[in-house]
Ligand binder design. Sequence first.
Ligand code: PGA
Ligand code: ZN
Length: 413
Amino acid sequence: MKKLIKEIKGYELLDSRGNPTVAAKVVLNDQSEGFALSPSGASTGAYEAHELRDKDMTRFGGKGVSEAVQNINDKIYPALVGSDCTNQAKVDEIINSLDPTESKKVLGANATLAVSLACAKAAASHYKMPLFRYLGGVNSCVLPRPMMNILNGGAHAKNNIDIQEFMIVPTATIPFSENMRKCTEIYHTLGEILKNYDITGVGDEGGFAPNLKDDQTAIELICTAIEKAGYTTDEFKIALDIASSEWYNPNDGFYYLPKRQKKMTASELIEFYEDLSKKYPIISLEDPLAEDDWSAWQKITEKMGNKMQLVGDDLFVTNTTRLTMGISDGAANAILVKPNQIGTLSETLTVIRQAQRNSYSVILSHRSGETEDTTIADIAVATNCGQIKTGAPSRTDRVAKYNRLLMIEDLLK
Ligand code: PGA
Ligand code: ZN
């Protein structure tokens, strides 16, 4: 049969930070091909699937992925050869059966994801369909709203800002390309404004990385940029990724903001967010509390969940078991979906369905270490999830996803 897997090959390539990353090529009997790359995070959640790195200090400072590549060539390929590439659930089940650990410690989620996505792409190519159409069928029709990162701090930038990501979010239901144009204009306007500040460049996700008086000043400058670009803060709201697991010390339960050298309790943080949300047009807070601070998550959801999108990234790590805990505890009302946090396409789609059935919003997301792979754009459209977080309109690794969405918009016309 033409759609059976004939060959799989793994590669050690590079990501946007110059670190090795895993890629995989899948070839079918009819010569259809799929090629995919895994991304990598800097502020990874403790409960993410395992990213396998060689730890051989003589290569790439220990960050090589040759073992993960070897797992593709020596373990996954022999197990999948001859399988029907269009049965994604079965493909992913076979991959998972090769690794007895829940976190994919043996194979590495960087290896499993690359193969899983490459299989889907080979299948789409076999049917001569764009990936989003193969994944979502005729029901794929919603272009996601960009949550566009325009200012970076935290672990993503070497500046003095503790909050990791400052994003703008358009509110109008207008074509994706229109939203992109306007967001990009605001990004450039912010760049002009920041010329008067101490700024050395952009962070990992392409947002500007200035040194500022405090984190609130960043929000004020973004509001100024929105208006100076000719728009209002009714048309563009602000979303923050606090990435507070980076601040949390589970031993004493305090949050330590490393750059400002500040120590805060969860209650103080919640008060801080309430105060921010009164002063500024903030509509979404990601990881406002740490991945293990469930009681504080419940508290913030109770207090702010009816007026604010509260997004679990490190909290849920794209994992159905963690999301089930959140649903039963009343923690968060949205989930960030990063396919490499769980390691296969099927598991990614399952957690999206679970979230959608339970009225949790879904945001497809890139990682801080990215590649030219644009699969998340197709998954966002295929699942009609409505939101995507894929950085600034700067750095090709980020822009590639936006460009893919612009092309999908054209295909859907
Ligand atoms: P990461 O950052 O890829 O470094 O984890 C992205 C995020 O926290 O959303
Ligand atoms: Zn995050």
